[in-house]
Design a protein around this ligand. Structure first.
Ligand code: URA
Length: 261
């Protein structure tokens, strides 16, 4: 009888085995300034300085180790974002705002950047736009923190709540990509133009991008993206809430499909 390599190792008592859930980001895909242990030669070797890769256990592997590795990657990301000085937005922030929610969420919502209240409290979407976002989530039976993670295109508040520049968005993008690589969401719901730039790199009018499914490639995964309006825009333009509702319904249908429900 021919045994597989895994079966053979188990037979020999050499489990537990660890497997990558998906290939790690290639070192080139991770800008040098956010690589853990940047400038270290072992980046190329895919050693401890390689970009964070979510790991999955083989059936016999102990769960706590997986969680520890994942938790370490989140901690490293949190520390780097908190101390980031890669663009001018760090000058006036009270704190960087990484994101909030369930780190195993199927849903990832991405907004623009922290406002005054978010900058003060360290959590995305806690002001008036956040209240509307919570209502939008509730409309499709979702709840902040439960199968939902919320992040922003930029992690630091742009002064006077101005729109982040393309350069600021590009500088912050590797953090967002690392979040996505760790979260592995089934679907990304993009709120407004800066988030479209941060995810898909597109600079077209929002209206021309809505109504179809886009795909974002991160860490070797192709994630469906639904584009919609930013809640702050919807507060100013309530007539477009009907369109946002269509987008939410489309996203819900895609998610059901993805889950085979
Ligand atoms: N608007 C955003 O895009 N993000 C926030 O966190 C708050 C308001």
């Amino acid at each position: 009888m021919k045994l597989s390599r895994d079966e053979m190792l188990l037979e020999m008592g050499l489990g537990p085995l660890w497997k990558l859930r998906r290939p790690p980001l290639s070192p080139e895909a991770v800008p040098a300034d956010v690589r853990p242990g940047a400038a270290s030669a072992s980046v190329e070797e895919g050693g401890p300085t390689a970009a964070p890769a979510a790991i999955e256990q083989a059936p016999c592997a102990p769960a706590p180790l997986v969680e520890a590795n994942e938790a370490e990657s989140w901690d490293a990301l949190r520390r780097e974002v908190a101390g980031c000085r890669a663009c001018g937005l760090c000058e006036q922030r009270q704190q960087a705002v990484l994101g909030v929610g369930d780190v195993h969420a199927d849903w990832l919502f991405i907004g623009e950047g922290p406002g005054a209240e978010e900058d003060r409290r360290g959590e995305p979407f806690v002001g008036p736009a956040g209240k509307l976002l919570d209502a939008m989530l509730a409309a499709i039976d979702l709840k902040r923190g439960e199968d939902v993670y919320i992040a922003n295109a930029v992690k630091c508040r742009p002064p006077n709540n101005r729109t982040p520049t393309a350069a600021e968005i590009a500088t912050c993008r590797p953090y967002l990509e690392r979040q996505v690589a760790l979260l592995q969401p089934r679907l990304v719901f993009v709120l407004g133009k800066p988030a479209v730039q941060a995810t898909l790199g597109l600079d077209a009018p929002l209206g021309s991008l809505r109504g179809r499914t886009h795909f974002w490639e991160v860490a070797g995964r192709r994630i469906p993206v639904v584009i919609s309006y930013h809640p702050a825009y919807l507060l100013r333009t309530p007539l477009d809430k009907a369109r946002a509702w269509e987008d939410l319904c489309r996203a819900r249908a895609l998610m059901r499909e993805a889950k085979g429900a």
